[in-house]
Design a protein. Structure first.
Length: 712
């Protein structure tokens, strides 16, 4: 039964939009002046050009996949398997572990944003494969037998809603209906959306509905040849058709979350929750592919497409309001195979085209002075924002009690240990930015990089002196080193650095005053950490389940395991009972990617009756409930029994996933406790999500949430 329809979705989006407009402040005169200066400076940037060259080193090319974080790394799928280049296509190396006779014909690659050497293969007839060593070895992680809807995976996606990026989506196109989803990096799979054949998914649209949403390209199972675009807040929630009857070829998601479709019958469509409208050239209706990449500055994005009959590469810096075409050296003509496409390197400095079994490389340059390469090493920076704050809190508490310690030597050692833990949580890391600059009129007068994205200066000098990881002096490669401290990402009165891809803009000024630019991408991620869901709440978080006998329930300040309060309920013995610990009215729990959920439980006598279920909290459909897990029978409680001692329950998220069915682990709303009617009193406390195995070894007394009380 549906709770709300599309009108409610659009109304919520409209309210959010109106609220954002109303709350927007007017820019200050200084901000206006800076913006105008940026516009004036951009007029000095040379016009972009693209020169195409055929690469004859590879044959039978089926697809090209530039690494999203490493500009120099490109993977190419051929009829015989997979090849890689680590020098932007200058040389290629076959990967024997991904040969077609081992993994099957490769249809798609999907990369982990936080681990550059981890990626996945979707194959024709052989399921899903994974490598964590950049392709040296592969292991099969998904098949029809392990829960995939089909062994043929036409498209593969790493879901953005999972902060650890362990949620995978396998799409099967016409081969099978439904989306095969894994919450645990391929260990277990289940199928959602079984009424649709799904071809593509774009997610995490900011500002849509209640803050996120997805666009899905699919056809109904009853009409498999009629493709449409659907909007949904959750993949397993209500889907609303926004673009009807389109011949979909390819799609991309820009940095502002705008979605573009390349179609074979309606050109390029800009798609949002309200529908789709055409942008770009009107000379032709057939587009083979579309993509987005960094432009010459961090505030400029290149939108590009492949028109195979005449125009070739179409390139735009304003969302296809204006555009230019570059076809010299690139195959164009009436006979182009389905699936031909163009992709861009991570920094936007080179394009790659897979057309009719051949590979073409497009070199980007600009008039006057050009920045032809730009990169950051290492390319990905992960940190734990809350680790420093938790360590600092414990350190301050220890300092406060230092004078009351009897043993000064021991207390000093403890303080030193805590200080080292705090410092270790936010170790600085050194990064190198390099850029290759080409100037036909002599050496550039200056080369700088804008580091404001990582709280650095806006114009850090780069040098071609052989002393900044820039190769040999005078070779045209400029470099600089910087140290990134996650402490600066925390905010501290100003907005912190968000997770995602950040552009470090390199600017080279030529002798004639013209400017060449490129962006070196740096990926930063605030990794999820273990945290307490409920520990010290004074209000009763328990609710009676509809249709179940009334169960007396209340918080208990006397029997808490840790903190000042715990949950308590008493069963009456009048038959099966259910109570639920429910998330707040505006809160849901995203448990996808976590290792386990834990809590402490005790009762007023030995018991093996307690069951646990999990319930999600979708926006518009009825919630789903997992199959029950028996704490004792399923060996989820330490000590193997429930009695009058507090014992820890550890429920691996993998177990929840197996029992989940259609449950949305990224939108959990309740833990449901139930039993068969034995009269009993239960106490539950210290409910938390644990991000890894190591955190399980940490006792609650070390978590910073309060002093552990004695158990009975």
């Amino acid at each position: 039964m549906l709770r709300r329809g599309l009108g409610a979705v659009l109304a919520a989006a409209a309210v959010a939009w109106i609220g954002s407009v109303a709350s927007a402040r007017e820019p200050t005169p200084a901000e206006i002046a800076a913006r105008e200066a940026r516009k004036a400076e951009y007029a000095r940037y040379g016009a972009l050009g693209v020169t195409w060259v055929a690469d004859r080193a590879l044959a039978g090319v089926r697809g090209v996949f530039p690494h999203p974080a490493i500009p120099s790394r490109v993977y190419v799928v051929t009829e015989s398997g997979l090849s890689v280049s680590d020098d932007t296509g200058r040389s290629w190396k076959a990967l024997p572990a991904a040969a077609a006779d081992k993994v099957g014909a490769i249809c798609d690659l999907a990369f982990s944003p936080i681990r550059p050497d981890l990626f996945y293969l979707g194959t024709e007839g052989r399921g899903v494969w994974a490598t964590d060593d950049a392709g040296k070895t592969f292991r099969r992680i998904g098949s029809l037998q392990t829960g995939l809807a089909s062994d043929t995976v036409r498209a593969l996606r790493v879901a953005t809603g999972d902060a650890r990026f362990r949620t995978l989506l396998a799409l099967h196109g016409k081969d099978a209906p439904g989306i095969s989803r894994s919450y645990d990096a391929g260990k277990t799979w289940h199928v959602i959306g079984g009424d649709y054949h799904v071809y593509d998914v774009f997610g995490n649209m900011r500002g849509w509905g209640r803050g996120s949403g997805s666009i899905v390209v699919a056809s109904k199972k009853t009409a498999p040849d009629l493709q449409s675009g659907f909007f949904c807040n959750m993949l397993d929630d209500l889907w609303s058709e926004v673009v009807r009857d389109v011949v979909y070829a390819d799609g991309t998601q820009a940095r502002d979350d705008t979605i573009y479709f390349a179609t074979a019958d309606r050109g390029i469509l800009r798609v949002d929750e309200a529908g789709g409208y055409r942008v770009g050239p009107n000379e032709t209706d057939r587009l083979a592919s579309v993509g987005a990449t960094w432009g010459p500055r961090e505030d400029k994005e290149i939108l590009f497409a492949y028109e195979p009959k005449k125009l070739g590469l179409i390139l735009s810096l304003d969302g296809m309001k204006t555009w230019s075409a570059y076809s010299q050296g690139l195959f164009v003509g009436p006979f182009v195979r389905e699936g031909s496409h163009i992709r861009a390197a991570a920094n936007g400095r080179m394009f790659f085209a897979a057309v009719n079994g051949r590979l073409y490389k497009g070199y980007v340059s600009s008039r006057g002075v050009s920045v032809t390469e730009a990169a950051v090493t290492p390319e990905v920076f992960t940190y734990e924002r809350r680790a420093f704050e938790k360590a600092l809190g414990r350190y301050r508490a220890a300092l406060h009690g230092y004078t009351r310690q009897r043993g000064a030597t021991r207390a000093s050692r403890e303080l030193l240990s805590m200080y080292e833990e705090m410092a270790g949580a936010f170790n600085e890391r050194q990064f190198t930015v390099t850029a290759r600059v080409l100037s036909l009129q002599g050496s550039p007068t200056s080369v700088t990089v804008d580091l404001q994205a990582v709280r650095g200066p806006d114009a850090m000098p780069m040098h071609d002196d052989g002393k900044h990881d820039d190769g040999q002096a005078g070779d045209g490669v400029f470099g600089c080193t910087l140290r990134v401290n996650p402490a600066s990402f925390r905010g501290g009165g100003r907005q912190g650095v968000a997770s995602g891809s950040h552009g470090l803009a390199v600017k080279a000024v030529g002798p004639d005053g013209t400017i060449g630019g490129a962006v070196a991408p740096l990926w930063t991620f605030d990794l999820p950490e273990s945290y307490v869901l409920w520990d010290n709440g004074k209000e009763n978080p328990l609710v009676a389940e509809e249709g179940a006998p009334e169960v007396p329930r209340q918080p208990d300040a006397e029997e808490a395991y840790v903190g000042s309060c715990c949950m308590k309920w008493t069963t009456t013995g009048e038959g099966p009972w259910r109570v639920a610990y429910v998330a707040g009215s505006r809160e849901v729990w995203n448990v996808a990617g976590y290792y386990a959920m834990t809590f402490r439980v005790r009762s007023d006598g030995e018991d093996d009756d307690l069951l646990v279920r999990f319930r999600d909290s979708p926006l518009y459909e009825e919630p789903s409930v997992s199959e029950p897990l028996a704490l004792v029978k399923d060996k989820l409680i330490e000590g193997g029994k429930i009695d009058d001692e507090y014992r820890r329950v550890v429920i691996p998220i993998e177990r929840i996933s197996k029992a989940a069915g259609s449950l949305s682990l990224d939108r959990m709303g309740a833990i449901v406790f139930s039993g068969n009617g034995t009269p009993r009193t239960y106490w539950v406390d210290d409910v938390r999500l644990v991000v890894n195995k190591e955190d399980l070894e940490q006792d609650s007394s070390q978590s910073g949430v309060g002093e552990r009380k004695g158990t009975r």
